[in-house]
Design a protein. Sequence first.
Length: 546
Amino acid sequence: MKGMSADPEEYDMSELSRLNEIENSLAIFCMATYGEGDPTDNSQEFYDWLQECDADLCGFNYTVFALGNKTYEHYNAMGKYVDKRLAELGAHRIFDLGMGDDDANLEDDFVSWREQFWPAVCEHFGVEATGEESSIRQYELKEHTDLNMNKIYTGELGRLKSFESQKPPFDAKNPFLALVTVNRKLNKGGERHLMHLELDITGSKIRYESGDHVAVYPTNDTAIVNKIGVILGVDLDTIISLNNLDEESNKKHPFPCPTTYRTALTHYLDITNSPRTNVLYELAQYASEPKEQESMRKMASSSPEGKALYQSWVLDSCRNILAILEDLPSLRPPIDHLCELMPRLQARYYSIASSSKVHPNSIHICAVVVEYETKTGRVNKGVATNWLKNKMQTDNGHKATVPMYIRKSQFRLPFKSSNPVIMIGPGTGIAPFMGFIQERAWLKEQAKDVGETVLFYGCRYKKEDFIYQEELEEFEKNKVLTELNVAFSRDQEQKVYVQHLLKNHKEAIWRLVHTDNAHIYVCGCLVTWHEMCRTPFTRLLRSWAV
């Protein structure tokens, strides 16, 4: 059966009603949920269309697999809505809604759903599966030797002729190159690096609200890219295109082409996360050592032994594609197939640590630089945080820039400023609350009636990583912060965490919530946070009150 993958943002959903005219047609929707049960950016138009349309989808065959996380209140809300709404419009569901939980193992959920899905498809259409797993290339390689360099992608943002040539509106497909005006270390000591960045958005017409997210497009570490090139024995600067073999497909290339392998591995492909089992299955054919090929195929299987091996050897050991190539000496795939299989490098999202009322022309980011040692003794580094760490105001004589755009959030201050707010933010979870507190201070300056503003914050050591200490203490001194409650978990023999402070203040919290209609916000998490995350807050408060 011929298939086509499509981005809902690039497909005219009004055409769905015509699919019933195509014999043996079926649409499979993979729908992720974001924030408070919201659609992802590229599904927003589809979601709006579903809400507003009254199309007759009778005869239209579909199924939905939902992607979500059970720790969030609106678990798989988008998948559930699309499944229900399509049925209401008369479409025919040929297989039950699949539920993927990223708090457990999303891929396992999908594989289990898929194993039951295919027999249902065969039964519905009266076809018989071959029983054979196939490896089919979707793209063919073309090398270029005579292209004008102006036509070669060096990273989409590399095609901008100048900083001043940018034009709004700015979004995921047209990010704004914001100048880095501040990049400072927040913590006074310790092994970690907590940083504060400020991005200049003057003249961009970008607007944001406290609680919104800033999305940034990072690039991969050049050292990892170079090692992949060396281990596969290729010239990374070869100019190539990967062209879709299906000429009717909307997706002509897996990433912008023509380009070079170096650009693809640096700007477009996710080479630092652990590869999925489908990637291992495809790559296994290139392992010349039978035992290594057998091991890869086992990890890609749905057998209990295979799942356990994949979990321990790939996920628990945090092996990325470079580590896998290093640890399987006989595995030497063609680099073009590797580039075809790797997923796209995604934007990273950070809660904005500023208020546009106070800082209309800048966006603040608060983040901890990710760096850790894996079970194999390798040092893994977070792509975006390490990239941001090195974004000084000037970079090799040039002004440093960060490609960014704003993603709206439902994480908002109360409409009535007189409502009390209780903010709970351990570590860098304090980021959005810096914006909230700045905004409450601004409201006070406007002579507005501002309710109690209470912050519960936690870090390890007061002298090392009490970030924004001076600012917070100044807010408390000026009565913007009604209460500043800080837990220093390792400054004493008995560890004290934020939840201990919450329990110590249970009567005051219950009064604010039960009597004064306080709004509670939680950002960031701790291992010991699970009881609170999984228990409705009011029930927890009542148990404390008892």
